[in-house]
Design a protein around this ligand. Sequence first.
Ligand code: GRF
Length: 205
Amino acid sequence: MASKKIVVLISGSGSNLQALIDAEQKGELGCGKITLVVSNKKNAYGLTRASNASIPTFVQTLKQYKDAGKTREDFDHDLAQHIERTEAPDLIVLAGWMHILSPAFIDMFRGRIINLHPALPGELDGAHAIDRAYEEFKEGKRLSTGVMVHYVIPEVDKGKPIMTQVIPCVEGDTLEDLENRIHAAEHQILPRAVKQVLAGSGQTQ
Ligand code: GRF
């Protein structure tokens, strides 16, 4: 079976990228093959993870664009063009990509971009979702939170869910305990969601 190209976008540690690399190496991504890792941060550790797995990397920082007097839309447009020209990917995975993409990017890949978010659909959209879930737990306002993989649309964290998992908040949890539980779940759910989408059995966006 011909392999399907996956481009992974990261901004930081890349532990979810690592989960995808490990899954691919174990044959758990179906026909998926990671052909490029993109970072908007020069020092993201995920770039090292990619190099260790002999996956090509590409770095484009917003600072380069701002310094040259260009806009976020220019950044998004050029990145989309670069990815489409060099890879024509079957799937783009936002795995800890901390940059809100404008329609200049998303329109080129509608239905081909998915995102991992550490919260359930309709809850805790946007940044710092784990911290906010923990605060609500401490205030007695929630007993659980979750993780999801969803299609990307211009409204942040609002695209159609592909896979979700509820994560309990446990009495006595520190923020770090909750973070660790969420990250462990993310590392399980993301490769499964990627495999499902590539197999064509995911819901459409
Ligand atoms: C994950 O918790 C992801 O859900 C969030 O950013 C974190 C990225 O972690 N959007 P890593 O870089 O994959 O380790």
